[in-house]
Design a binder for this molecule. Sequence first.
Ligand SMILES: [Zn+2]
Ligand SMILES: [Zn+2]
Length: 319
Amino acid sequence: MQSKAKRPAPSVEIIDTPRERPPRPFQIDKLTSIPFFLVHIAAIASAIWIGATTTDIIVCVALYYIRMFGITAGFHRYFSHRAYKTSRWFQFVLAVIGGASMQKGVLWWAAHHRNHHKFSDMSEDIHSPKQDGFYWSHVGWILSNDYDHTEWDRIRDFAKYPELRWLNRWHWAPALVGGAILYAIGGIHWFVWGGLVSSVLLWHGTFFINSLAHVWGSRRYPTTDTSRNNFWLALITMGEGWHNNHHYYQSTANQGFFWWEVDCSYYILKMLSWVGVVWDLRTPPAHILAGKEPVSDAVSEVVSEAISPPVPPAALPTA
Ligand SMILES: [Zn+2]
Ligand SMILES: [Zn+2]
């Protein structure tokens, strides 16, 4: 069992060279942010207006966790970190399920997340509460047009799949189709509760990992960032709340490193591995669990290069 024994300090020197840039909170694009706020208003107003049945609540919670799995097991652990392997068809399924959460394109998401690990809490980190405040890290950077582009260089390994590039470009498609299906089956009630309300909750549940998980919780490992472990965030994000574990050793399929650290995404991945849908799930070696390796995001560039092998430039999109 892990104790709070002394951990070795990271033996890396952090060199942070701040960029010249305007204060970020003023970069939010008000026009393109309108749909984001409209969905919030529509979700709250229509939920109050039509009320909820027990079935509505079940649909809302089910679609929250199904899509959260697409984000955590798909967008995060697979596309960003390659923490396990799967087939081309199931990687597409993960991209569609995660895509239905309306968090922009799968390649956009994963590339920006790799950026977060490379520059965690340094000035180049695009969503650091330490650098730019809680609101910016939670939602401000998403509402800014400055980060709309997909950083293709960071996601070369998956950019070679045309079906993923298509989903990345038409990232609203899964949600639009999903919304239409919900309306066709359950009418306005399912559209409101399974679509609007569930999506707003899912947005903030996910965004909490960028904001709260760098502010609230405990730190087991001496990472060079502000990442925390938090049981409550792990519950609502299917295991992503063990964010300090994750920043210490980012390439594992499990983020709850010990049996008491609930990690529902990993439990499902484990079950999928039993039937051969996914395989080669990476887990932390003993010396990592014991905190004996000064591995941290400060040296993650090495990891990023390793998980993102070069492909011929001609295979990459130009826009
Ligand atoms: Zn983080
Ligand atoms: Zn990560």
